[in-house]
Design a protein around this ligand. Structure first.
Ligand SMILES: [Zn+2]
Ligand SMILES: [Zn+2]
Length: 279
């Protein structure tokens, strides 16, 4: 499978307009950016989540078609760009009787428990896109077969106060397996399918002052580095990529490099926008 981390940012893009924190300033000076969290698998044109900057992310990565779209949970940083379906899947009608018509259709999937939370907020939009014929929404039960790629959801009841359910995806093809778990993954579910995978893409978790605050307050929806290391020790993935990196992590480029060295025995690296991976 060939994949691109189309967006490696957290719930707010970096640099963040109006923010002069060291992370945002460094990004401005270096001309780098982190747009909202999303991932694309090229083999079957599968997109995971639609942050509000997804159009720019797909353009930057040269992606031209979405055959399948999976959502992890309803949070705005993962869903507000869903209008990408209109942007990419429509064309002008030749007879102009109905100005915008379908050019192509995307199959949209979300686990049953996530479906009601997303439809409560975005239902009328998906109805409209269904009417146009550019999207077909499926409640995901056990799995979806997307060409040669099998996608299986593991739903968790998140500790986050504004989300009830989030999803960890198990994605496999031709003997290779990866896990995609970008946000609100605490408590991390136990599942035999997580063992010995080739790649795990996980939420970065908290560092620095925020980490101390978290330790004081007890279990939190955001994962910690200790928990990430426990996942690494338990499931022994060949490689871990941490994503969903916002300026609230307070991590500069040099800090990320130092952490990669500190955790090199677990083969942990930090994502960046446009990062290409092959398993
Ligand atoms: Zn900032
Ligand atoms: Zn998020």
């Amino acid at each position: 499978m060939r994949l691109t981390i189309t967006g490696s940012g957290g719930f707010r893009r970096t640099p963040r307009p109006g923010c002069h924190c060291p992370v945002c300033q460094e990004a401005r000076e270096q001309g780098t950016q982190r747009l909202g969290p999303s991932m694309f698998i090229h083999d079957e044109n599968i997109l995971f989540d639609t942050p509000e900057e997804i159009a720019a992310e797909l353009e930057n990565a040269g992606i031209e078609k979405i055959n399948h779209l999976f959502f992890t949970h309803w949070h705005p940083d993962h869903t507000l760009g869903a209008r990408i379906l209109e942007i990419m899947n429509t064309k002008w009608s030749e007879n102009m009787e109905w100005c915008m018509v379908a050019k192509q259709k995307t199959l949209v999937y979300m686990p049953k428990l996530v479906y009601s939370e997303i439809m409560q907020r975005f239902g009328p939009f998906f109805d409209f896109w269904g009417f146009l014929g550019i999207a077909e929404v499926h409640e995901l039960e056990d799995e979806a077969q997307c060409g040669g790629i099998l996608v299986q959801p593991v739903v968790l009841k998140s500790l986050h106060r504004t989300v009830t359910h989030s999803t960890v995806y198990v994605i496999s093809s031709k003997g290779k397996k990866m896990i995609y778990a970008p946000c609100d993954i605490t408590p991390f579910p136990e599942d035999a399918r997580f063992y010995d995978c080739d790649l795990m893409i996980l939420q970065i978790g908290w560092y620095g002052p925020r980490m101390a605050e978290r330790a004081e307050k007890g279990p939190h929806c955001e994962i910690s580095m200790d928990e990430i290391i426990n996942i690494a020790k338990t499931y022994r993935p060949s490689r871990i990529i941490l994503t969903h990196i916002g300026d609230d992590s307070e991590l500069l480029a040099a800090d990320l490099k130092a952490l990669e060295e500190e955790y090199s025995q677990f083969n942990i690296q930090f994502a960046y926008d446009g990062m290409e991976l092959m398993i």
